[in-house]
Design a protein around this ligand. Structure first.
Ligand code: DX5
Ligand code: ZN
Length: 215
């Protein structure tokens, strides 16, 4: 059974409380929150005030995906806002080891996201320190894009490595996931699925989450 992490980027922000209530009553495991700075990615989303409000609306873990430059400047603020997991981008962090230690020292689970062009092998010397690897299956910055099929190969290579090393690292996959392609993504070795558009544009999101959960 995969971990299901609805991405609030796809929700109706005028009805944030209702959207949180829907996720709360569903079988979803985590809330996925996409923070974009307009520099690392060509889009701006939301920051700490929204995360703090979602924190008030749920007891489920908040999985915060930082698509920002210099994430170390804000790690403590995201902890204060209520983040449980903090995921930084490999491509934004020349001092990745330091960033990961900082996140762990703040008491959060630490993750690294990799863009579609970044080989999973680049994580070899940090993998044992990571709670989560987030494989981007679209180019980060926008919801509603199409799943890049090459991601399946990356997932299976990483899963094999994690199993060989007997690590507990969670492989999370983010972007373009639907009920139709989710089985192949899980089959390739993913533990956690981030899903925005498919869930929040569904006429019956609670039921869709149930179907995803029981693949
Ligand atoms: C994209 C974000 C994703 C996005 C996924 O940059 O990281 O979390 O919300 O949305 P869908 O499911 O619409 O691809
Ligand atoms: Zn994301």
């Amino acid at each position: 059974m995969a971990i299901i992490a609805p991405s609030l980027l796809g929700c109706n922000f005028l009805k944030l409380q209702d959207e949180c209530d829907m996720v709360n009553k569903s079988e979803a495991d985590w809330f996925h929150l996409d923070v974009m700075d307009g520099c690392f990615v060509p889009n701006i989303s939301f920051g700490m005030p929204i995360i703090a409000k979602v924190r008030e609306a749920t007891t489920k873990p908040l999985d915060v995906h930082l698509m920002i430059e210099e994430p170390g400047r804000y790690a403590a603020d995201f902890k204060l806002a209520g983040a449980d997991h903090l995921i930084v981008h490999y491509e934004a962090c020349p001092h990745l080891h330091r960033n990961i230690q900082q996140i762990k020292n703040l008491g959060m689970k630490a993750g690294v996201a990799i863009n579609p062009h970044t080989p999973v092998q680049f994580l070899q010397d940090i993998l044992h320190d990571l709670d989560i690897v987030l494989i981007m299956s679209v180019n980060p910055g926008f919801g509603g894009q199409e799943f890049i099929d090459h991601s399946l190969l990356k997932i299976s290579i990483l899963r094999q490595r994690i199993d060989e090393m007997e690590l507990k690292t969670i492989i999370e996959v983010d972007g373009g996931i639907t009920l139709a392609n989710a089985p192949a993504i899980i089959e390739a070795g993913a533990h956690s699925l981030v899903i925005g558009t498919s869930i929040f544009k569904s006429p019956d999101p609670v039921n869709l989450i149930k179907q995803l959960k029981h693949i």
